[in-house]
Design a binder for this molecule. Structure first.
Ligand code: F6P
Length: 539
């Protein structure tokens, strides 16, 4: 059955939320805290190693009740069931969406009566075999040497997810070094190749379609570099492919045994849990990869089974809709207080913005309300010294997620206490602010006082996790995946296609004809002038 197609703005709850917003827009959160001593406990959810405190949001109990009514009126529960049971909810591409099945290989979800468990288990078996053989030194390169380096060659979902996880789990890394080549920028490829030894490197070419220009060009350059010293026959010891297009992978000489398949019900930006995760297993070992999957699975079960008022992804999605559609906040920031999570934001940018940046609803109509939020951020405390001024005193409302860990990995407790003191201080400052009464007694000249005032009342979610383990990381990523799904359902859009990226890709293939001098395609005046400048000056 297809997802329901209710226009959210026509729902009773939306109308009530619109009226309620007028009551809430000027309310300071400090007054809400003053009125309810239990607010922090009441607006928090504990799940496994997670404490999610959403009490520092501009919501009352009535706001939460109305948001929850909205989710119910939009039949969210039914949509969740439809996703987990393998229904064709990616209607525009006629596909099921089953990254959740990848994290639960024991349960056989069927798509049109075809089992998913068999390909999932087959993929896991291959990941296990390859990563183990590389780790125990039995995978030998063409001169008989052990493998020391792995290179993931892919872009978008075939790069960002595994790259983010490999970085995030660097503490658990085995002896193998893992690199990522994504950009078609030749300088990127060269910089990585110059660090590598052909005899001890395995390249994993990751492309669901095996048609992506950037990945194919990078692969061709890498193969050329490899063949400067090795032979065609050596390719089987140094090249692996992960794809849904086995024919094209075979065509570039990768033997079938080195090809890991990727099912069409796994979207690129949700594919790190699939065979695309091979580089993760090569970096941290198969067992840790399984723990990552298990953590995500536990979050899946939380999302599927918990009532909405205690359901982390649902609550976060509803809060985000409250700011996006009623306060008209355009962006959301995500600030992880861990350098290991440096690549979390780029990964979530793709997951969230490629999914929910849509302007046509599930009825085929143009949308007249806001959808996908703009996601940005950086690690704390670096971000505090960069853009936090705008969060504190700027004119824009930026709801922000703060992610922190109770225990550090390396045990430098003094550092961790300072890091976490900053973590707590920021959400407190954003909540309470500083008013002129606080400042007047401090001998500050009166004309300077306005510049020092912080109004506070800036919404934040605090996601406090016991430690950065593979399991908790899996749960964290799954949490955001479900959050974006809920938002897509409630905005009545299709979250699982990405047709907006196609036009630019098509135009680049015509422009390359112009650059090669094969054609003189028509372009707008600006593009034409830019191209002509490039052609004149490039040699
Ligand atoms: O940029 C669009 C996109 O299709 C992403 O959704 C995808 O993750 C990426 O390109 C790479 O695609 P492929 O894995 O097919 O090379």
């Amino acid at each position: 059955m297809a997802l329901r197609t209710i226009n959210p703005t026509s729902s009773k709850a939306w109308k009530e939320l619109t009226a309620h917003f007028k009551e809430m827009k000027a309310v300071h959160m400090l007054d809400l805290f003053a009125k309810n001593k239990d607010r922090a406990a009441y607006f928090s959810i504990v799940f496994n190693d997670f404490l999610v405190d959403f009490s520092k949001n501009r919501v009352s109990q009535k706001t939460m009740d109305l948001l929850l009514n909205f989710a119910n009126e939009m039949d969210l529960k039914e949509a969740i069931e439809q996703q987990f049971s393998g229904e064709i909810i990616n209607q525009t591409e006629q596909r099921a969406v089953l990254h959740t099945a990848l994290r639960n290989p024991k349960n056989d979800v069927r798509i049109n009566d075809r089992p998913t468990r068999i390909p999932i288990k087959r993929g896991l078996k291959k990941i296990k075999r390859i990563s183990k053989t590389i780790h125990n030194g039995k995978w030998e390169g063409y001169t008989g040497k052990k493998i020391t380096d792995i290179v993931n060659v892919g872009i978008g979902g075939s790069d960002l997810g595994p790259k983010m996880i490999v970085d995030a789990l660097a503490y658990y890394k085995k002896e193998i070094n893992t690199h990522f080549i994504s950009n078609v920028d030749g300088d990127h490829v060269q910089e990585i190749l110059k660090k590598l030894n052909r005899e001890t490197t395995v390249f994993i070419i990751v492309s669901k379609s095996f048609k992506t220009q950037e990945t194919l060009q990078n692969t061709a350059t890498i193969e050329q570099w490899f063949l400067q010293k090795a032979t065609i026959l050596d390719i089987q010891k140094h090249f692996i492919a992960v794809t849904n297009n086995i024919t094209s992978a075979s065509a570039i000489g990768i033997p079938e045994d080195n090809i890991l398949s990727l099912n069409d019900w796994v979207g690129g930006r949700f594919s790190l849990w699939s065979t695309v995760g091979l580089s993760i297993a090569c970096s941290v070992g198969y067992k840790k990869f399984e723990e990552l999957l298990e953590g995500a699975h536990q979050m899946d079960m939380h999302f599927k089974n918990e009532p909405f008022n205690k359901n982390i992804p649902v609550v976060l999605a509803l809060l985000s809709i409250w700011y996006n559609n009623f306060f008209k906040a355009e962006t959301e920031a995500i600030i992880p207080y861990s350098e290991y999570l440096d690549k979390l934001v780029p990964h979530l940018q793709q997951a969230i913005m490629e999914s929910n940046g849509k302007n046509i609803d599930r009825n085929g109509n143009t949308i007249d309300y806001q959808t996908g939020t703009i996601i940005w951020g950086a690690t704390g405390v670096n971000a505090q010294h960069a853009f936090f001024q705008l969060l504190h005193q700027g004119t824009k409302l930026v709801p922000t997620d703060f992610i922190g860990f109770v225990k550090p990995l390396h045990g430098l407790q003094k550092h961790h206490d300072i890091l976490m003191a900053n973590f707590f201080a920021q959400t407190e400052a954003l909540l309470t602010g500083k008013n002129d009464k606080d400042l007047m007694h401090k001998g500050i000249p009166s004309e300077i006082i306005p510049y020092k005032i912080h109004k506070g009342n800036k919404p934040t979610n605090t996601i406090l996790i016991s430690q950065l383990t593979p399991k908790n990381l899996g749960a964290l990523i799954a949490m955001y995946e479900h959050k974006l799904f809920v938002q897509g359902v409630l905005w009545n859009i299709f979250s699982y296609d990405q047709m907006g990226v196609e036009l630019g890709k098509q135009l680049s293939t015509t422009i390359i004809e112009d650059i090669k001098g094969e054609k003189n395609n028509p372009h707008d005046a600006s593009t034409k002038a830019l191209l002509s400048f490039y052609l004149k000056n490039k040699d």
